[in-house]
Design a protein around this ligand. Structure first.
Ligand SMILES: *Cc1c(COP(=O)(O)O)cnc(C)c1O
Length: 219
């Protein structure tokens, strides 16, 4: 199947409320353009420099989402154009995004990444850290970022119940956050292997790479 066929197949399965982020990390510009020509406009990358290069080379009406772990010293390279940062997992990172966004006179939409998986290798805030962050005076004073929702990654396992349980937990935190902040609209959960479950558990943004572009080659 071609990229276009894969994309159309997946899009036909998604409920209307669900936004598809096509995860193009490691993939060449030709592949992205094939998806673009099939109508896709939202792409996700996990390395800042790679995303900047693609932003420079590709059509300007693409929405670039940073879905990976972000180092603070890299924020400045994407502050001009990034349309959503999914992986915000510390007050210090948020502060840096706020600072860089200000230089461009922008308000950068961000998702807070929550640690829902059992593996401790996955980044993210826990419930108490989330609470502390949104209650802090420093956060309330930030004018150049806007928290618009939550993002999480489930444990990499065949145990569907485990994955479902983790997504349900994130959905519940999302509901709770809505009662505390305005503008909370995005729940980013689900990848190639688990997006159907994520959608059943309330996701409205899925990040899908290999099912669209094929397996990645990191060599
Ligand atoms: C790579 C990546 C994805 C996409 O993974 P696939 O399994 O290829 O769909 C989604 N989210 C994050 C955070 C990623 O790093």
């Amino acid at each position: 199947m071609s990229i276009k066929d894969n994309l159309n197949q997946i899009k036909s399965e998604l409920p209307e409320r669900v936004t598809l982020v096509a995860v193009s990390k490691t993939k060449p510009n030709e592949d992205i353009l094939e998806a673009y020509e099939a109508g896709q406009r939202v792409f996700g990358e996990n390395k800042v420099q790679e995303m900047v290069q693609k932003w420079e080379d590709l059509p300007k009406d693409i929405d670039w989402h940073m879905i990976g772990h972000v180092q603070r010293n890299k924020v400045k390279y994407m502050a001009e154009f990034v349309s959503l940062i999914h992986g915000v997992d510390s007050p210090r990172l948020l502060k840096e995004i706020n600072k860089q966004a200000k230089k461009y006179n922008r308000v950068i939409p961000c998702l807070l990444q929550i640690h829902i998986a059992e593996e401790d290798t996955k980044f993210g805030l826990d419930k108490a850290e989330l609470e502390e962050l949104i209650e802090s005076d420093a956060f309330k004073a930030m004018e150049n970022i806007k928290i618009v929702g939550l993002m999480g990654m489930a444990t990499f396992t065949d145990d569907e119940n485990q994955v479902r349980k983790e997504f349900a937990q994130l959905k519940s935190m999302f509901g709770n956050l809505k009662t505390k902040l305005d503008d909370i609209t995005i729940l980013s959960m689900g990848m190639s292997g688990d997006y159907q479950i994520a959608i059943e558990e309330g996701s409205n943004m899925v990040r899908i790479g290999s099912s669209i572009f094929g397996a990645r080659n990191y060599s």
